[in-house]
Design a protein around this ligand. Sequence first.
Ligand SMILES: NC(=O)c1ccc[n+]([C@@H]2O[C@H](COP(=O)([O-])OP(=O)(O)OC[C@H]3O[C@@H](n4cnc5c(N)ncnc54)[C@H](O)[C@@H]3O)[C@@H](O)[C@H]2O)c1
Length: 258
Amino acid sequence: MVKGKIAIITGAASGIGLAIAKVFLENGAKVVLADLNEDKLIQETDTLKAQGYDCMAIKVNVTDEQAVKSMIDKTVEQYGRLDILFNNAGLQHVESIESFPTEKFRQMIDIMLTGSFIGTKYALPIMKQQQAGRILNMASINGVIGFAGKAAYNSAKHGIIGLTKVTALETATEGITVNAICPGYIDTPLVRNQMADLAKERGVEVEQVLEEVLYPLIPQKRLLDIKDIADYALFLCSDSAKSVTGQAILIDGGYTVQ
Ligand SMILES: NC(=O)c1ccc[n+]([C@@H]2O[C@H](COP(=O)([O-])OP(=O)(O)OC[C@H]3O[C@@H](n4cnc5c(N)ncnc54)[C@H](O)[C@@H]3O)[C@@H](O)[C@H]2O)c1
């Protein structure tokens, strides 16, 4: 599906970005792993290279326009083209609005929303010239429903869906598709740690917290497998998905249905 394609994935030193980088590499893509966390980025990319994959690490802060432009230029210099951009870098901060630090709010919008805009801005001229390309933006169920305590995250993720629609319209006749992926709770260390903290607070087992807190909200009564997301991303980057554009695709075990 992505054999021979050139992909940039931001936030690729960890979690979902790293998992998707691995799946793309296993499927024959060449991947630029981009992240702010240089040590982790180099360590993970070196491991992948040692396994025989064709990949490259680029340290980037997605809010730095020059650094993002340079990341895209270096990718084209190295591989000759850019087929896939996955705007995935992100972070979380939970606090009610009255005490939510304004600087934190600005930073989160800057990384998740403005960062995705900047990546898109510099990828588009190349993709338009190729008359081919795929842009994936990492949203969340927080992009379609509200969650108390997540003012910045929710605003950024709702914004990403708007950006996705506009980009899809501006590229609709250029062989480019642009979609937002909206996962629910994925079984990652981040989510497990949150559950572990809650379990400690309540003096119960993690599984019990899952049963009592999360599963009542998730019709499928399970956390998502990271591979569910990677496989869908793979499909969206394939030729078979050429008619799917401007969509916010919910992969959430039914969370937003009820
Ligand atoms: N984990 C979940 O359950 C879940 C669910 C829905 C959506 N998401 C989204 O998926 C994306 C990845 O989340 P994750 O769970 O893998 O988190 P993670 O913390 O494991 O990975 C995020 C990566 O982004 C990088 N990053 C942060 N700021 C950056 C910046 N300014 N420039 C470049 N890189 C930067 C971090 O260094 C980190 O490696 C995020 O956008 C998140 O909102 C996660």
